[in-house]
Design a binder for this molecule. Structure first.
Ligand code: NDP
Ligand code: AKG
Length: 386
């Protein structure tokens, strides 16, 4: 039962472009499991989206939610579209049509989407509005990652990055290094990568390289992250910042740094480059950045990998807090959100670290075992599994 998604929906989304032409896009929503509660997971807009990718991402959400002990199953959605080629008005039309097509299977007690690659708080606001219009009243709990003015939670925007950095600092300390003075490279400068670079720099880590899909920049002395963020806000890319040495996404992964944070897309560390990864520690900000074979090769070489279902779980943890606040119509302070997030991340880190030490496994195996056991226990206790 755990190998197969419980429910999948594929929809076609007719879109009238601003030019008047009509295009038909494909979207998916996959609910892998809901034995522990409503399904939960992000919505991705990318030209790479396909059903298999969405299935894998949905399954990872089941394990992530179980590992962090948030009362959800796992889901994921995707629309095959390159959002950079569409106007905001077109993206709003796509989102509203997608939301209305999947509305029979989403809802605060059924399945709660959130942002992922290529989507943001506006996407969530449009889904919330579309769903609310058909419900006849405002339903704040149908999505998370909403704008603060529409029932979003303080702290959600930085939550995934905050979780990545909490766990990265714990992992650095576990290897006997002092975070101050260690070096890091971050691939991806979107919602997860950018916040991770900011918070790592704040913690005293020297961030020596970052990249986005156009390429990367490198400064062995450590990048000025605040100035870099201003450059990205002005130009839309890290490329061209401060006339620094440019570096490709591939070369960034192979830099001689203490910490590598892949925070962009799947499969970037693979059989072909795993032998050349020189970082001592890989903390997976992205979902699925390391292939199975690469994971084995890194293990043989003694590289410590903190798996995605632990490292990037901060987002869904604060999404859970947002849903709780929306359901109660009572809002927490940002400090309260951040403190509760840190407690959950560090507890999960400790459990996974202890289990890996006791069972002599990788952190990924330990995290997956804890998570699968929790989902399997829910199945058994509900009587769904003989
Ligand atoms: N947002 C969240 O709360 C969570 C996200 N994640 C995962 O984190 C990862 C990043 O998501 P998120 O930050 O939200 O997405 P964003 O869309 O905000 O950012 C993605 C970043 O990756 C870059 N990128 C895209 N394609 C490539 C590529 N082929 N090579 C290198 N860089 C690339 C983008 O470049 P450009 O800026 O040029 O577009 C952008 O900087 C995904 O794996 C996602 O599933 C996991 C948990 C929660
Ligand atoms: O915030 C959420 O609900 C889900 C975030 C997400 O898609 C992920 O963790 O991969």
């Amino acid at each position: 039962m755990l190998a197969t998604p419980r429910r999948e929906m594929t929809v076609s989304i007719p879109l009238r472009r601003d030019s008047g032409e009509v295009e038909v896009l494909i979207g998916h929503r996959v609910q892998h499991n809901f034995s522990r509660g409503p399904a939960k997971g992000g919505l991705r807009y990318s030209p790479e989206v396909d059903l298999d990718e969405v299935r894998a991402l949905a399954m990872w959400m089941s394990w992530k939610c179980a590992l962090l002990d948030v009362p959800y199953g796992g889901a994921k959605g995707g629309v095959r579209i390159d959002p950079r080629n569409y106007s905001q008005a077109e993206l709003q039309r796509v989102t509203r049509r997608y939301a209305s097509e999947i509305s029979p299977i989403i809802g605060p007690a059924h399945d709660i989407p959130a942002p992922d690659i290529g989507t943001d708080e506006s996407t969530m606001a449009w889904i919330m509005d579309t769903y609310s219009v058909s419900s006849g009243h405002t339903v704040l709990g149908v999505v998370t990652g909403k704008p603060i003015s529409l029932g979003g939670s303080l702290g959600r925007a930085m939550a995934t990055s905050r979780g990545v950095v909490e766990v990265a600092l714990a992992a650095i300390s576990s290897t006997g290094l002092d975070p101050r003075g260690t070096t890091a490279a971050v691939q991806g400068f979107g919602k997860v990568g950018r916040g991770s670079a900011v918070l790592l720099a704040e913690a005293g880590v020297r961030v020596v390289a970052v990249s986005d899909q156009y390429g990367g920049v490198r400064d062995p002395q450590g990048l000025d992250i605040a100035a870099l963020c201003a450059h990205v806000d002005a130009t839309g890319s890290v490329v061209g910042f401060g006339r620094l040495t440019e570096i490709s996404n591939e070369d960034l992964l192979e830099l001689d740094v203490d910490l590598l944070v892949p925070a962009a897309v799947e499969g970037v560390i693979h059989e072909g480059n795993a032998d050349r990864i020189r970082a001592r520690l890989v903390v997976e900000g992205a979902n699925g950045p390391t292939s199975t074979r690469a994971d084995e090769l890194l293990r043989e070489r003694g590289v410590l990998v903190v798996p995605d279902i632990l490292a990037n779980a901060g987002g869904v943890v604060v999404s859970y807090f947002e849903w709780v606040q929306a359901n109660q119509a009572y809002w927490w302070s940002e400090d309260e959100v951040n403190q509760r997030l840190a407690e959950r991340m560090l507890l999960a880190w400790q459990r996974v670290h202890e289990r890996a030490t006791t069972d002599q496994t990788t952190l990924r195996e330990a995290a997956t075992c804890i998570a699968v056991e929790r989902v399997a226990a829910a199945h058994q206790q509900r009587g769904l599994y003989p």
